[in-house]
Design a protein around this ligand. Structure first.
Ligand code: NAD
Ligand code: HSE
Ligand code: NA
Length: 440
């Protein structure tokens, strides 16, 4: 048997503790599979005394993860701290620069510094693996990076945040409030340390930026992704969507257009009959349209300690099995210095269907006025429905729900602004884009 692969784990929270426990529990099995033992020889976390359900007494303790990355006697540095800044950034750079392989689950770090880190890995002939950073336990990175090479991708999209999907599903199924659902997602270990990253869509944007680079061979461009979170999705929206045969999902979508690559994250309506609409709870999905392969959808556990530890363990085992020398394929699929510049398509040019929910005063002419403003902006309507709880009583406010045929984002914005300026709209118009699913 070859000499043991020594690993240092920085971050012993939900994922780090689950990883350490999993590696310990199946040490012999992994040794058999990899031809060498995987030993955790160094660890770092904030609280040395916290109970983590695994015996780490044989590992050297470092209070400073950067010191661990710089000085520990390790072959692989596993970064499970989180955040796009130091110490995670400094620790990963330090480890790569000194010739250690790196495995990370940190999508925020990769979205901001991924190209730089891939370059340092290539310069030093070491491996940078990050399967857990996109869609948790689903093998999405490897598929995009390796299995689809040679295809031209037209669109890649998915449910990339387990916390949001858990909230939306649980609100619909169990009628529990948004805040209660979020608290439960936090308790289950799905949410980020700061959950506004989840519900505000930032976490989905980080993962989308990485997926876009892998899918289109471009630099990672996380800034300025069009972003809307799920904070404003109410149970009324979920019910109105259901009445029309749709479910609401937070999707990250990247697609090639005539003017560049469109990247957007927003609540999206998908037909209830589609495969992606059935992806419930913490489950994630990644869907791809590729020219040789056709259509593909992967789904599976997207967050949580064990699911994420599974992806990290696979990345470590890949390194244990690899022969000395450089990575089989570059971290981002394309060598860092050959990544194409990212050309962003403007969101105003986005074309698709829209769901619009308006709360309006109950007075004569409103319905006709709404229809007229839509027509003036060249928007053709699939349906326009006035929803009133009691048709025998003139109740106010009234709800009007519109579904458009494919139209331009700019036209929808103009029409909604025109309707709002008429003075009969109460509150803010709710606009949710409709996505064509990959498998109906
Ligand atoms: N929880 C999930 O389901 C999940 C899934 C995929 C990816 N991730 C990613 O994995 C990483 C870890 O997530 P988590 O949920 O385990 O987070 P966590 O907050 O539970 O754990 C973070 C760990 O890092 C340690 N840490 C933080 N700052 C430190 C510092 N300055 N020095 C030393 N240690 C420090 C903490 O002590 C803790 O042990 C993040 O990048 C996260 O985005 C998490
Ligand atoms: N907070 C993330 C963890 C997995 O990346 C989520 O809920 O999907
Ligand atoms: Na993954």
């Amino acid at each position: 048997m070859d000499s043991a692969l020594k690993i240092g784990i920085a971050g012993l929270g939900t994922v780090g503790a689950a990883l350490a426990a999993t590696l310990a529990e199946r040490a012999d099995y992994l040794a058999e599979l990899c031809g060498r033992r995987i030993e955790v020889t160094a660890v770092s976390a904030r609280d040395r005394n916290r109970r983590r359900g695994v015996d780490l007494s044989a590992s050297e303790w470092f209070d400073d993860p950067v010191k661990l990355a710089r000085e520990a006697e390790i072959d692989v540095f596993v970064e499970l701290i989180g955040g796009d800044d130091d110490p995670a950034h400094a620790a990963v750079r330090t480890a790569l620069a000194r010739g250690c392989h790196v495995v990370t689950a940190n999508k925020a770090l990769l979205a901001r510094h991924g190209v730089e880190l891939a370059r340092i890995a290539e310069e030093n002939g070491v491996i940078l693996n990050f399967e857990a950073a996109v869609a948790g336990g689903i093998p999405a990175v490897k598929v995009m990076r390796e299995s689809l090479t040679g295809n031209r991708v037209r669109r890649v999209f998915g449910i990339l945040n387990g916390t949001c999907n858990y909230i939306l599903t649980t609100m619909e199924r169990e009628g529990i409030s948004f805040d209660e659902c979020l608290a439960e997602a936090q308790r289950l270990g799905y949410a980020e340390a700061d959950p506004t990253f989840d519900i505000g869509g930032h976490d989905t944007a980080h993962k989308l930026a990485i997926l876009t680079s892998l899918a289109f061979g471009t630099e990672i461009a996380a800034d300025d992704i069009y972003l809307e979170g799920i904070e404003n999705i109410s149970i009324e929206d979920i019910r109105a969507a259901a009445d029309l045969g749709y479910r609401i999902k937070l999707l990250g979508v990247a697609q090639r257009t005539d003017t560049g690559i469109e990247q957007r994250v927003h609540p999206t309506m998908v037909p209830v009959s589609s495969e992606i609409a059935q992806v419930d709870g913490v489950t994630n999905a990644v869907a791809v349209e590729a020219d040789v392969l056709g259509e593909l959808m992967l789904s599976g556990p997207g967050a949580g300690g064990e699911a994420t530890a599974s992806a990290v363990m696979g990345d470590i085992a890949d390194i244990a099995k690899s022969r000395p020398g450089a990575q089989r394929v570059p971290a981002l699929g394309t060598p860092a210095d050959r990544l194409a510049p990212y050309e962003r398509a403007r969101m105003r040019s986005h074309e698709g269907g829209y769901f619009i929910r308006l709360s309006v005063e109950d007075k004569a002419g409103v319905f006709a006025s709404i229809a007229a403003r839509m027509a003036e902006n060249g928007i053709s309507l699939e349906s326009i429905v006035q929803r009133s709880r009691d048709h025998t009583v003139r109740a106010r406010p009234q709800t009007v729900v519109l579904v458009t045929h494919a139209t331009m984002e700019a036209a929808v914005r103009k029409a909604v602004a025109a309707i709002t300026s008429e003075g009969y709209v109460l509150g803010t118009a709710q606009v949710i884009r409709i996505e064509r699913p990959i498998v109906d």
